[in-house]
Write a protein that binds this ligand. Sequence first.
Ligand code: SAH
Length: 240
Amino acid sequence: MSKDFFYADPANISGQFLTIEGDESKHIVRVLRKSEGELLWVVDGVDRAYEVVIRSIQQHTVECEILSVHERFNETEIEVTLAVAVLKNPSRMEWLIEKGTELGIRRFIPVSTSRTVAHSPKENRLKKIAHSAMKQSGRSYLPQIYPITSMDSVMHHASVFDLKIIPYEHTDEALFIAEALRHRQKPTSALIVVGPEGGFTEDEIHAAEEAGFVQVSLGKRRLRTETAALVAASWVIGNY
Ligand code: SAH
């Protein structure tokens, strides 16, 4: 049987012990019917996984003793941030958060661009989706989901990333992403910026060029924003 992962708030982890509470503890006790002495895998959402043994089951909590700690458990070596034009259809954004979390993306930044129809994604719902995708995929890091950020601000903060990638379909010069990534010194962080349904404006592409972004092609077909985002992220993650 595949491993189940449970979540413990880092505030409830101290020394050799941790406490699982809320729905998580209900699930362990009432649904899975775990008992004292059984082993569990627990992640804390901030890069650590623990193998623990259940020591005591209370009405609303499960108290565990830590047997081993694993740093950056199942996390990618490269830290990928995905800045993606806000999607009109909220369910597509939810899909992207779920799949992107499974892939290993560490940060999602919804971006307002010149051709984005601005509206706010439901942050709490997106966080919940990231949370279950983290556990489901066995990650130890809960990806951060930022509030909507302007394209200008994304460009302004881009300099901290080793590798900056902008998939762009309206250029013959852009290399296919696999080519563009080849022979590059191994980056430790990457920022990928993906445009909206209406595409980037020339000004935005120009600004990205100035900020040191590499334009890449994802092939001859025009992909939807969320598809382009996942494809680009998987090339980057797979390559490093
Ligand atoms: N409106 C544009 C398509 C936008 S697709 C048009 O008329 O052609 C949404 C975003 O996905 C783009 O801004 C780009 O970042 C990315 N994208 C989609 N297909 C791509 C491809 N084949 N190569 C590179 N980027 C692509």
